[in-house]
Ligand binder design. Structure first.
Ligand SMILES: [Zn+2]
Ligand SMILES: [Zn+2]
Length: 432
């Protein structure tokens, strides 16, 4: 994403927050309380503005805080096994080829930021920044305050409408418009951010990031298919310590934007006797790794723009229905009526002979009847009713002794001993 697009996203988000937060107070709540400053008005609006203030503050911190970069020349401490993620296949440390540098545990390369991000969660367009080790706390608090402020905002509006229906008072037109606009913007935000927050509450409770959530899903699939044994997620330290690792050790400051503890280069592992605990994410043992790209290989376009020889497409890439119709058209019994221009004379049907059928291949030589011999015996494919009937009739008529056949054979004797009369032309005979 370009710099300008990113800034537009941030500008749009800020404008949306400010519209929902302040237009509701100026055009809905202020006229409702008679445009006079009162204790009731303050008790309603002070908590709301506190929530909005915390929301904007955390949003600002999330946008401007560096999510965490790998210090130049950083190398994993191979001696210290604690918090050191090992790549299972090579048993070596993680390495980012794009950055040409070692990758600390839980760090991932972000294509938009063009660098490795410590404890990368995801790249968020709404904050035009990656969400990583140092700003995940602000991001999480921002989501929390969006939920609180939206709920408070909706409660004010629902109460406003309820009071109006009780007293049958008339709204001012501007008040009416802003109630509708505020509901129309706040409810979608509340639902979308609410769902997103639930997912992040779940992730935080298990001390995993969005990327690690995907990795967990992949591992669960591998376990279900019996490819690997069950592996415990190594960073899950228990609910309390998981929250502390992101929001700080003291619950009193959980809602306050505090700096995330730790350096982001090393993470506490869960105690356990599982020797594979540090091999996260586990690899699929049946997965064949892609070969290293050949740096000398040059990609070149084929000389002809056509897929198949000159000016044609690959016949095997024809849609199956068209091919099936074609088979029927060329088959023994045309699907077309005789007056159709594409109609062809039917060919003779040769009955199926298993001895002559080729192994493991559809035999198309016997027009229309497709026979295949596989590991499970003979399979006969799509033979039409007329062909069955024809085959049946032929079987019956060939039964020995059932019918006497007249074979107009020319005997060899008559050929040898030609009637002398036969060589004389008929005209000559008539004349004689
Ligand atoms: Zn990188
Ligand atoms: Zn990023």
């Amino acid at each position: 994403m370009g710099r300008l697009t990113g800034r537009l996203f941030v500008g749009f988000t800020t404008a949306l927050i400010c519209f929902i937060a302040y237009s509701s107070q100026i055009f809905v709540v202020w006229p409702w309380y008679g445009r006079v400053l009162s204790i009731e008005l303050l008790t309603l609006l002070v908590p709301f503005n506190a929530l909005v203030g915390m929301l904007l503050w955390n949003y600002y911190l999330c946008v401007v805080t560096d999510p965490g970069r790998v210090p130049p020349g950083w190398q994993p401490d191979v001696q210290d096994n604690d918090g050191y993620e090992v790549k299972k296949l090579t048993r070596g440390p993680r390495y980012c080829r794009t950055c040409d540098a070692f990758k600390p545990p839980r760090a991932h390369h972000c294509r938009q930021c063009k660098r490795c991000i410590l404890r990368m969660d995801h790249h968020c367009p709404w904050v035009n920044n990656c969400v990583g080790h140092f700003n995940y706390g602000y991001f999480f608090r921002f989501l929390f305050y969006v939920n609180c402020a939206c709920s408070y905002h909706l409660a004010i509006h629902v109460r406003r409408i309820y009071v109006a229906t009780q007293t049958w008072e008339n709204f001012e037109s501007s008040e009416m418009i802003f109630i509708i606009l505020n509901m129309a913007t706040c409810i979608p935000v509340w639902l979308a951010v609410g769902g997103f927050s639930l997912y992040h509450f779940y992730l935080l409770s298990g001390n995993s990031t969005t990327i690690e959530g995907w990795e967990k899903d992949k591992v669960a699939t591998l376990v279900r298919r019996g490819k690997i044994h069950e592996i415990k997620f190594p960073y899950n330290l228990g609910l309390w310590r998981n929250i502390c690792s992101v929001l700080g050790d003291s619950p009193l400051w959980w809602c306050w934007p505090t700096v995330t503890p730790g350096t982001g280069l090393k993470y506490q592992l869960a105690e356990g006797d599982d020797p594979d605990a540090e091999n996260w994410p586990p690899e699929d043992p049946t997965h064949v790794p892609m070969p290293e790209p050949d740096p000398n290989h040059k990609f070149s376009l084929p000389s002809s723009p056509w897929t198949y020889q000159n000016g044609s497409v690959n016949p095997y890439l024809q849609p199956s229905n068209a091919r099936r119709r074609q088979t029927t058209r060329n088959g023994p019994y045309s699907a077309l009526p005789p007056y159709h221009p594409d109609y062809r004379e039917p060919e003779a049907v040769v009955p199926y002979d298993p001895a002559s059928s080729s192994e493991d291949e559809y035999d198309n030589s016997r027009s229309g009847i497709r026979v295949r011999r596989g590991s499970e015996g003979y399979e006969i494919k799509s033979i039409n009713r007329e062909a069955i009937m024809q085959g049946f009739i032929e079987d019956r008529t060939r039964e020995p002794g059932r019918y006497n056949y007249y074979d107009p054979e020319v005997s060899s004797e008559s050929e040898a001993e030609e009637d002398p009369d036969d060589s004389v032309p008929l005209a000559a005979k008539l004349q004689s």
